[in-house]
Design a binder for this molecule. Structure first.
Ligand code: ATR
Length: 274
């Protein structure tokens, strides 16, 4: 990568940031499109996140992503928050305006839906209820996406019921908090918990009553085929892995900073996994 003095700059702020695949992902697109720009890993500790975000215009950055544990703090550090990010309660993408002001956006809901539509083109929001497992930060984006897509009923199950109730109150829409993870009658099943991730216990879920056409998706992508996805696949249910959510959520940020809308391709998936 050879940069000129006019190179467009962006990056990802996280703590730690070393595990982030975003530099690889954006670096691939920059290289492919021949853009004079760079996307850097920025290790920012929590006590300095507001300072680091506020420094973006002074450094000439076009913007940045923010990841764990900074997504809520970023909401407070920017000048404007777009309605989606406000509703979800987290910012993952910051865009520096021409006037140096900071706009906070959330592209996770977009990324979830784009990945679902890409991986399961047959999915129709109105096909029936969705069952969402978990009520953390990722679940907020997933539920907002499903509400906005027009899913008639979203069943929300979480170990800690109070978090599910807070999510439903904040996001609004046809959300029903359920106290079992019963899969009967669901058209779409989404795992947003960390269960099934490498190093975590598997998600213990009985898929017996799951309709054969129900789509099963997991936001965990390490491993790519989680125990849940393997089980669903063995029953013949269509599955969508979670890597695409990471890839698709990056598209709007890249476009805003570098002025070119990138595409998610099989080659990109392979590269990011490598
Ligand atoms: P993220 O931003 O990835 O969503 P998070 O906000 O920490 O991460 O949320 C993690 C989710 O996984 C939560 O829904 C959490 O359940 P609680 O709200 O009860 O904590 C869920 N989770 C994590 N470990 C779990 C476990 N061992 N059993 C059940 N749920 C678990």
């Amino acid at each position: 990568m050879i940069l000129s003095g006019k190179a467009k700059l962006a990056g990802v702020m996280g703590w730690p940031v070393s595990h982030s695949r975003s530099p690889r992902l954006h670096g691939y697109w920059l290289e492919q499109s021949g853009i004079d720009g760079a996307y850097l890993p920025l290790a920012v500790p929590p006590e300095r996140i507001a300072e680091a975000i506020r420094a973006l215009p002074a450094l000439g950055f076009r913007g940045a992503n923010v990841t764990v544990p900074h997504k809520e703090a970023a909401l407070r550090a920017v000048d404007r928050v777009d309605p989606v990010a406000r509703r979800i309660g987290a910012v993952n993408t910051i865009v520096v305006g021409e006037d140096g002001s900071l706009e906070g956006r959330n592209t996770d809901a977009y990324g979830f839906l784009a990945n679902l539509r890409d991986g399961a083109p047959e999915w129709r929001p109105e096909a029936g209820p969705a069952l969402v497992l978990g009520a953390g930060g990722a679940a907020r984006a997933v539920v907002a996406a499903l509400v906005d897509a027009g899913v008639p009923e979203i069943r929300l199950f979480n170990r800690t019921a109070a978090k599910a109730e807070a999510l439903a109150a904040d996001i609004g829409g046809p959300i029903r908090i359920v106290d079992t993870s019963d899969v009967a009658g669901t058209a779409l099943l989404v795992n947003t918990t960390s269960l099934g991730m490498a190093g975590q216990p598997p998600l213990d879920l009985d898929l017996t009553g799951l309709p054969p056409a129900a789509i099963v998706t997991d936001i965990v992508y390490t491993p790519l085929i989680t125990p849940l996805l393997a089980l669903a696949q063995a029953r013949g249910n269509p599955i969508v892995d979670g890597l695409g959510m990471l890839l698709h959520q990056a598209v709007p940020g890249f476009e805003a900073w570098f002025g070119h809308r990138p595409v998610v391709t099989p080659a990109l998936r392979t590269f990011v996994l490598g």
